[in-house]
Design a protein around this ligand. Structure first.
Ligand code: AVI
Length: 332
């Protein structure tokens, strides 16, 4: 029998009910707008997360490969900068862990004194991640936290007064609008102490074609990833979307500096969502916005750090300056 190596913050059933209600509300709100939209966070059920793993391996999707290259080539310096005293290493969200493992390997090799806490709202993701860690690092001190990011951070601050080092890799911040990214960073600052560190991945602006290609892969994995939103509505909210009647389209919005992803209705159609007892119409060629992936200038990153009272310690780039992992210090 495997022993549970994570902590649940909310009673399982309750949180599932709450998440389900939120999903239903967000779908209702998003699809009632003049420009219909659905929040991309709902793409990530088990199948959506599996498709995202596949995206990260695609030749067109340069982001993951580039960030891995940065971590591999700069891990020595990164670990010197971070590991001066005993600390909590906290990861917000957990993907396949490939990038995290580069960091863990280096910290363990350097014999840094730390305790690792991945935080994710999905119990499945934490459970899978913790199991994979346990087999690879039997001696790693770690505990998964199944909670909202900030609830987990506040709980941790109350447990011990060690330095906190927060990882937010993979340009996940890019899926927030600038307004939400600002709220996220100011909440992060509030939840941390003076001198704590934050290590954030940002995808940088580059030639348009490279960025657009990354979201229009030849195999159609990104299309399936976005369509997973409709699949999930069909399954969990008893919808009747016909996936074949939607075309996936991703384009670079030069004004916003973001890749915008859409599912375009091929025909005039009506869709019924059983759980919402709601029939709604889509015009021929009407888009549903599914995701924004913001791309940054170095000056944007400086502004974001500055506005939210973080000091940039170092920017770790790849040689082409496609991506940056930026190390920030909390100033209070
Ligand atoms: C998770 N996130 C940073 C990815 C991105 O690039 O916006 C999600 C993704 N969407 C399509 N491909 C990858």
């Amino acid at each position: 029998m495997t022993e549970q190596n994570y902590r649940l913050f909310n009673e399982g059933e309750n949180i599932q009910f709450k998440t389900h209600q939120e999903f239903a509300n967000d779908v209702l709100i998003g699809l009632s707008q003049p420009l219909k939209w659905l929040p991309s966070k709902y793409i990530y059920d088990r199948q959506g997360s599996r498709l995202f793993q596949e995206i990260m391996e695609l030749p067109e999707y340069y982001l993951t490969r580039t960030e891995i290259e940065i971590l591999e080539s700069r891990k020595n310096q990164i670990s010197e900068e971070i590991g001066d005293r005993e600390f909590n290493l906290i990861e917000l969200g957990c993907g396949d862990g490939k990038k995290t493992k580069i960091i863990l390997d280096e910290f363990l090799r350097k014999k840094h004194r730390f305790h690792f806490y991945p935080i994710d709202i999905s119990e499945n993701s934490i459970s899978d991640f913790m199991n994979s860690l346990r087999s690879k690092y039997p001696d790693l001190r770690s505990e998964g936290l199944v909670s909202d990011y900030f609830e987990g951070l506040y709980w941790l601050s109350a447990q011990n007064h060690k330095k906190n080092v927060v990882l937010f890799l993979g340009s996940n911040i890019g899926n927030f609008t600038p307004l939400k990214a600002g709220v996220f960073l100011s909440s992060l600052w509030k939840a941390l102490n003076n001198g704590d560190l934050v290590f954030i991945g940002f995808d940088l602006r580059k030639n348009t074609e490279t960025m657009v290609r990354a979201y229009n892969d030849k195999k159609g994995v990104t299309a399936a990833f976005n369509k997973n939103l409709l699949k999930r509505i069909n399954r969990e909210l008893k919808g009747n979307f016909d996936l074949d009647q939607f075309e996936f389209y991703a384009t670079y919005d030069v004004v916003e500096g973001a890749i915008q992803s859409y599912l375009i209705s091929e025909i005039k159609q009506e869709v019924f969502i059983g759980e919402l007892k709601w029939l709604f119409s889509l015009k021929e060629k009407e888009p549903i916005h599914t995701e924004s992936s913001y791309k940054y200038l170095t000056s944007d990153i400086e502004d974001m750090a500055d506005k939210n009272n973080f000091e940039i310690i170092e920017n770790y780039h790849d040689p082409n300056k496609y991506f940056v992992d930026s190390l920030w210090k909390v100033v209070k």
